[in-house]
Design a protein around this ligand. Structure first.
Ligand SMILES: CCCCCCCC(=O)SCCNC(=O)CCNC(=O)[C@H](O)C(C)(C)COP(=O)(O)OP(=O)(O)OC[C@H]1O[C@@H](n2cnc3c(N)ncnc32)[C@H](O)[C@@H]1OP(=O)(O)O
Length: 140
């Protein structure tokens, strides 16, 4: 497995830099060059939680959104925005646990990119799954 750290976007809530965005989660987004997917490792702290000890679903959706956006970006440098995302929460993601998110570009059709992503715990159990449609924007 050959993993490369992608540059991220300094102002991004997920992959940014706290100097540019004090609320950024500051996660590294890696690219697996052999299997062509993103990989984001994380250990949630208390500021990520909704119910005590359980990570907020919106934070997990944001991580999955980035995992999929960067899976596209690694293969196509143009700007795609999230148009539709479906998230399934299968198991709670726990405070201080060790997790990994992976994002995949499944296929492209004209301006649309179809993606999928998941979050797994350290035993390989799938906690969250997502599918999304990104659209190549004309605006940026
Ligand atoms: C590397 C970067 C890391 C950052 C990751 C963060 C990613 C994000 O969260 S981006 C922010 C959230 N998303 C947004 O703000 C997007 C807001 N929405 C928009 O800007 C527009 O609705 C946009 C661009 C998606 C589509 O607008 P527009 O370009 O006018 O679309 P339109 O011409 O009608 O449709 C283009 C194609 O997309 C399809 N499409 C549009 N919306 C959707 C949708 N919701 N679901 C499925 N397909 C859609 C259309 O069917 C059409 O397909 P086809 O070309 O085959 O007919």
């Amino acid at each position: 497995m050959s993993l490369k750290v992608l540059p991220g976007t300094p102002s991004c809530f997920v992959c940014g830099d706290k100097k540019e965005n004090s609320r950024s989660l500051e996660l590294n987004i890696c690219w697996d060059e052999d299997d062509e997917h993103t990989s984001i490792s994380f250990v949630p702290d208390g500021s990520w939680c909704g119910y005590e000890g359980i990570v907020h679903g919106g934070i997990l959706a944001a991580i999955l959104d980035d995992a999929m956006a960067w899976a596209i970006k690694a293969l196509d440098d143009r700007t795609y925005v999230t148009a539709k995302m479906n998230v399934t929460f299968k198991r709670p993601v726990q405070l201080h646990g060790h997790y990994s998110a992976s994002g995949f570009l499944d296929r492209k059709e004209e301006r649309r990119a179809y993606t999928s992503a998941l979050i797994q715990d350290e035993d390989g159990n799938t906690c969250v799954e997502a599918k999304a449609v990104f659209v190549l924007t004309k605006a940026i």
